[in-house]
Design a binder for this molecule. Sequence first.
Ligand code: GDP
Ligand code: MG
Length: 162
Amino acid sequence: PLPVVAIVGRPNVGKSTFVNRVLRRRAAVVEDTPGVTRDRVAYEAEWSGRRFTLIDTGGWARQAAGIDLRVAEQAEMGVEMADVVVLVVDAIVGATDDDEAVVRLLRRSGKPVVLVANKVDDQRFEADAAALWNLGLGEPWPVSALHGRGSGDVLDAVLDVL
Ligand code: GDP
Ligand code: MG
C-alpha cells in the first residue's frame, strides 16, 4: 500500500484548495476524470517520483451521510490513517481555538506533522506565517494554495519525513 498523507485542519483554511493544487502540479492524478475528483476524498498523487495517497479529511466528513462531523473528529480520522499529517492553518486569520484543538490531537498521535501556513498570497503576509511558530509544530511553510506559491516546498518537506 502507498504511504498516506492526510490533510487536516478546521473548515475554510484551504485544505481542498491545497489538495487540488497538489494534484494539478506534477503530482499527477492517476485517475483524472473531470467532475469526479471534486467529490473524492482519497487521491493517488506523485511528487519527485514518489507515489502516495492524499486524503482530504474535510471532504471525507461531508460524505458521512450529510452529517457534519466536528473539526476534531474529522482530523482524528485522517490522523489515524496517516503516515504524515499536513496541518493547514489560515495564516491571515491566525491560530484559532479549533486549530489549537487539532494541534493537541496531533501531538498525542505522535505522527510527523508538516505545518502549512496557507493564504500567504503575497510576501507581505510572511510575518503572519512566521507567527504560527507559536503552535509548537516546528517551521510553518508559507503557502498560497490558491496561487500555488510554496506548495512544492511543502511536498518536499512531506517526502523528507515519509
Ligand atoms: P477547506 O474547507 O479547508 O477545504 O477550504 P477550501 O479549500 O474550501 O477553501 C476555503 C476558502 O478559502 C475558499 O474560498 C478558497 O478559495 C479560499 N482559499 C483557499 N486557499 C487560499 C489561498 O491560498 N489564498 C486565498 N486568498 N484564499 C484561499
Ligand atoms: Mg474542503
